[in-house]
Design a protein around this ligand. Sequence first.
Ligand code: ASP
Length: 329
Amino acid sequence: MGILKQGAAAAAIGLVAISISTTAWAEFPDKPITLVVPFSAGGPSDKIARDLAEALRKPLAQTVIVDNTAGAGGTIGAARVARASPDGYTLLVHHIGISTAPALYKKLPYKTLEDFEYLGLINEAPSTLIGKPGLAASNFAELRKWISANDGKVNLANAGVGSASHLCGLVLQATLQSKMVFVPYKGTAPAMTDLMGGQVDLMCEQATNAVPQIEAKKVKVFGVTSKQRMALPALAQVNTLAEAGLAGFEMSVWHGVYAPKGTPPAVLARLNAAIRTALKDPELIQREEALGVRIVTDARLDPAEHKKYVEGEMNRWARIIKDSGETAD
Ligand code: ASP
């Protein structure tokens, strides 16, 4: 075959390949999509992912299921998605922990900025500092005294190294200059059960999961981590931790959606568009607002901005974590 003929044949094969792949992805999604949550069922990340799954069903015209792959502060679930087939059918819903794990873990089973496609930051929620029902303090000033009187003995539950509850605990410990015993769980859902049962003393928990327990008086609340007091009826009278004397204490827990690296651009675009539509769903907005969660409507819904934001958070937390001296294997 002459060079020209060979070239024409190769071009024709290329065209066939392109049209096959475009046609294949035009059908996306033609089977259920799995959202991997790297924490236990019943916790704040699980709750957010289940609400998102529900709201995604319509724009994707598919079933969206949630699968909890919990453990090691979210790194096991994140690694599962990093290694999944890059076809858009296995996605990760992860929080702030994706940006803190690189500074905390000596060896991480994935590369945060290289092994994922970023699909948009979806929400932000403040945390609350809550305590077991029988705790001998009824406001933050009393709690502070109780913590320093029990230096080295106070138990603080968390969802594993790098989880939001752990990060909040690190900042709390550093600000109070008191040593506390961190008790890790696979998520704050099982931790909450132990807190309500009095097996652990304290926990920083996202409003998402804390509000129902505060309303039911199953836990005591000592402060919120937002800059301003929260408008929610259950929290309107609760001081911010900054107001209570921890100057500058502010923490918001954001969640984002990720796909394995190499997922086709057409699939990513379809997923990003569906996420944007889902976040406008009035039912979803109402459900999240009732739990103190703010839906993201700004530029961070854009994949490139989402990635940039995570990079910024990685740098910010790397300094805090370095100062804390905390590491994990
Ligand atoms: N997001 C975790 C969970 O759903 C809690 C945390 O990070 O503290 O259990």
